[in-house]
Design a protein around this ligand. Sequence first.
Ligand SMILES: [Zn+2]
Length: 255
Amino acid sequence: MQTEIYGLPAFADNYIWCLRRGNDIAVVDPGDAAPVLDHLASSGLRLRAILITHHHADHTGGIADLASQAPVPVYGPAGEAIAGVDHPVADGDRITLPGVGLELEVIDVAGHTRGHVAYYRRGFLFCGDTLFACGCGRLFEGSAAQLHLALSRIAALPPETLVYCAHEYTASGIRFASAVEPDNTAVADRGRQVAAQRAAGLPTVPFAIAEELATNPFLRCRQATVVATAGRRLGRPADDELEVFTVLRNWRDSF
Ligand SMILES: [Zn+2]
């Protein structure tokens, strides 16, 4: 039986991702219980597991209500204290989702928060607030070096891997990518495609890692065009790839 993946919109721009096989589903980062409870009620599906990538409230706020309706395992990062997480996971762990039956690998992607994890299986990745389309998470707790390492790990996954991030930030990411690389035609092409998708009310997530390698400046810190832009921001050549990344991350915060 095939696993189906689809998103439930939450808050202004969050996605709560659902993995469904048969009548069973697992949900990723339910910041709000209401959309999940509505979905369960209207579909007749059974919630079998909850996956959490990091501790922020817009990813965890629905845990208590969901777990009180149906006692299910709640997987979450061992490196963060999150109420309701009863299956702490760490880098390299493999978990099998009850009902849904899928085995997922846990990848440490600390940076946005200090214990942030992602869940991977060949073909798809749930990365929370680590990688966005043409962007990446803000540095709340970790260092630029940590986030850079996390993004490098994601970039090394097979290019066809579909990334299910937790926010619809793509249009904003493309504006930033265009500022970093004004002559990158892949960014311009993606901008037109995303504008059409958003005008039609369609999500721009998931997206393939291959698209990010061509358009996401945070994954392109070794490209001459990106290095040159970082040098202009610094007023001198950047020392190394990490400094390029750090310049971009700081710029993005005030962009
Ligand atoms: Zn977050």
